[in-house]
Design a binder for this molecule. Structure first.
Ligand code: K7E
Ligand code: CUA
Length: 672
């Protein structure tokens, strides 16, 4: 009748074709119907109507059927994204791009009972800079999944806090934060963490140079007194904790160290770290000096830092370090003398350095250079052995000749930042200024693309201004090459009007098909923080608990608490009142807690449930207490009852038909 109807018929046919394509090709007419062919007959007639009414185009339908995960089915991949200055982490399912949960890390979060009275979290007494000052926020940038033999093992997750130079450890058995490791030498870092192939160390680069150890020095003494830093946090997998005692740092010139990546395969034992501001610009726009943005961009080359971490570890074992603010520090002089640190020129104000899956090449993207530069580890090593240096920087660090270590340069476009890999021999680099992802070929024998090595083969536009990108298994020795997620900084016109603060836009791209034009399948607004970086793991690599292993579980120690009880009791010892409180649908025991004003109350609350998802909450409004007590968990809450009155306590989770009845009274009798 009209054009629209014809179109929608076309779309319906296209949908059916799409559904049938993967399995129906090659089936002879007399063969039994494929499962997808079965769908053809079952496809609801309304589908065409919906497509028409919603004005969906063929690409939209492809996006929809590629990403839809039916109710009750699970996503194939899990993406762990940082949360920027929300201080948290986000877990996103792929391909659905559904936000599955937030992990409370550095900031209080009442749904998870994190930061409101429960003691079994690292947040409750977090010191910063060794001075025990409490901070309530963080700027999380780079997550790192733990690795075994260079592959994600699904056990632990680390996340850096740029604003306070910290790293947090998350246990992926329960998706909860267990530890903060607090740098005592600098106030900030890049919030980046990068693991060695067996998670021996978590590496963290500094960012803005400062006098080490929190000392004061005027900016006029920048070159003499300010320093950069690389921290190597030792990870104790058995304990599930960073071993701060056996961690160490390396003193560096006051360049602004940035991101890093650990060598693997042939380059295992080495670490590569970017820097910018090798100009040592000190800013001061208000005094008529060049601002940092200009001062840091004078030189065409900065320095890729190359560390031999195995050698650094041996120096620590041989006591060749000093101790500053209680932290082991290898001095710049020792690092140079012992052959731990080398530089290679890298163009220009770089941001990302990424080691290819084979471990043979290091890819550097200079923000102000349209190329990526690829270095060969083999050539680097030969140059180091042959002392093929162009000289030393003004602090004495030997500089490997650029041409001695460079393998190739590929012109990609404007504002290249970060690079990820697949299993077909392609690399993907984000182009911030161009709002695109460049796909180019590696000249690597691990995976081989059909095109000529070191060649740009295509670009996919993204909306808008992409920062990082993440591919499935993209930082491992075995990337899966299934999906790519563009983490775009600007979303401009992509979503409904939300006021002046807009979400970031995470876009899903299918990279699994060779030769095909890459397309964005799905836009996911992230309206709770800025994910700077993410890693994507195959979902079946995670071995999470459904409920805690035993009733009475202390989630911080990951062992049974001796405070768990099956029956409620109140133990009074002078002004100390200890409440043992089991919880099960649908009551707390006890339901009355009577105390005198000024008494100190410690509560041990145990969720007796063994049923999946039977979480209870516990809250006392007047005392700023909120707990989430998951099946089997025991939490400890401590407070001084300094305010008299009657305070109802109640369960925060709608856990049963009689959830509203799950309540009690804290009665604080006035002193007089
Ligand atoms: Cu925002 Cu990796 Cu901290 Cu790049 S980082 S874009
Ligand atoms: Cu327990 Cu509601």
């Amino acid at each position: 009748m009209n054009k629209g109807c014809l179109q929608c018929t076309d779309f319906l046919l296209l949908t059916i074709a799409l559904l049938m394509m993967p399995v129906s090709v090659g089936f002879a007419a007399d063969e039994p119907q494929s499962p997808a062919a079965g769908l053809q007959t079952k496809l609801p007639a309304d589908a065409a109507k919906v497509i028409h009414e919603r004005g969906l185009k063929p690409d939209d339908i492809l996006g929809a059927v590629s990403t839809f995960v039916p109710s009750g089915q699970y996503d194939d991949y899990m993406m762990f994204a940082s949360g920027g200055h929300s201080g948290q982490m986000f877990v996103i399912g792929l391909p659905s791009m559904r936000l599955l949960r937030t992990i409370a890390v550095f900031e209080a979060e009442s749904w998870q009972g994190y930061g409101f009275g429960v003691k079994e979290t690292p947040l409750m007494n977090a010191p910063i800079g060794g001075d025990s000052q409490k901070v309530g926020w963080a700027d999380t940038h780079h997550p790192a999944l733990s690795e075994t033999n260079g592959d994600y093992d699904g056990q632990f997750l680390f996340i850096g806090d740029k604003s306070h130079g910290r790293i947090a450890v998350i246990d992926l058995r329960d998706f909860e934060t267990k530890q903060f490791a607090d740098g005592t030498l600098m106030h900030n870092d890049h919030g980046g963490c990068f693991v060695t192939p067996n998670t021996e160390y978590i590496i963290e680069g500094a960012q803005y140079a400062e006098p080490l150890g929190g000392e004061y020095a005027p900016i006029s003494q920048y070159k003499e007194k300010y320093r950069g830093l690389a921290t190597f946090w030792k990870f104790d997998r058995q304990q599930g904790r960073i071993d701060i005692e056996n961690s160490f740092a390396i003193e560096l010139p006051p360049y602004w160290q940035d991101l890093a990546d650990a060598g693997k395969g042939p380059s295992e034992g080495w670490v590569f770290m970017n820097s910018f501001n090798t100009e040592m610009a000190t800013g001061g726009i208000e005094k008529g000096n060049p601002p940092f943005e200009a001062g840091t961009a004078q030189r065409d080359m900065d320095y890729l830092h190359v560390f031999n971490w195995k050698k650094a570890e041996a120096l620590i074992a041989a006591s060749k370090f000093e101790t500053k603010n209680g932290f082991k520090l290898i001095s710049l002089k020792t690092a140079i003398d012992e052959g731990v640190l080398f530089f290679i020129p890298e163009p220009k104000s770089p941001h990302g350095v990424d080691v290819t899956p084979s471990g043979k090449f290091m890819v550097v993207a200079g923000k102000l250079d349209p190329h990526v530069t690829i270095y060969s580890f083999d050539k680097m090593l030969k140059a180091i052995e042959a002392k093929d240096f162009e000289g030393n920087d003004e602090y004495g660090v030997p500089i490997i000749r650029f041409d001695a270590a460079m393998e190739a340069q590929v012109e990609l476009g404007l504002g290249p930042l970060h690079t990820q890999f697949d299993n077909q021999g392609y690399a993907y680099t984000s182009l911030f200024l161009e709002s695109a992802v460049a796909r180019w070929t590696l000249g690597d024998d691990k995976f081989q693309a059909p095109e000529k090595p070191w060649t740009l083969v295509g670009k996919v536009p993204v909306q808008f201004n992409i920062g990082h990108l993440a591919t499935t298994g993209g930082d491992t020795v075995n990337p899966e090459g299934k999906y790519l997620v563009a983490l775009n900084k600007w979303s401009v016109d992509r979503f409904s009007k939300l006021g002046p603060l807009l979400p970031q836009n995470l876009q899903l791209v299918d990279i699994g098909k060779t030769g095909d034009t890459l397309k964005v399948l799905y836009d996911m607004p992230m309206g709770s923080g800025e994910p700077h970086y993410a890693q994507i793991i195959k979902a079946d690599k995670l071995k999470t608990w459904d409920v805690y292993p035993e009733v009475g579980w202390n989630t911080l120690t990951q062992s049974k608490s001796d405070k768990a009880v099956m029956e409620g009791k109140i133990v009074r010892d002078g002004d100390n009142v200890e409440v043992y409180m089991p919880v099960i649908r649908s009551h707390f025991d006890p339901e009355h807690i009577e105390i005198k004003q000024g008494q100190h109350v410690t509560m041990h609350i145990t969720n007796l449930e063994r049923t999946i998802d039977a979480t209870h909450g516990f809250s006392i409004a007047g005392y700023n207490i909120a707990a989430s007590i998951e099946p089997g968990e025991t939490v400890t809450i401590e407070f001084t009852a300094d305010k008299p009155g009657v305070y109802p306590y109640y369960c925060l989770e709608f856990c049963s038909a009689l959830h509203l009845e799950m309540a009690g009274y804290l009665m604080v009798k006035p002193k007089k």
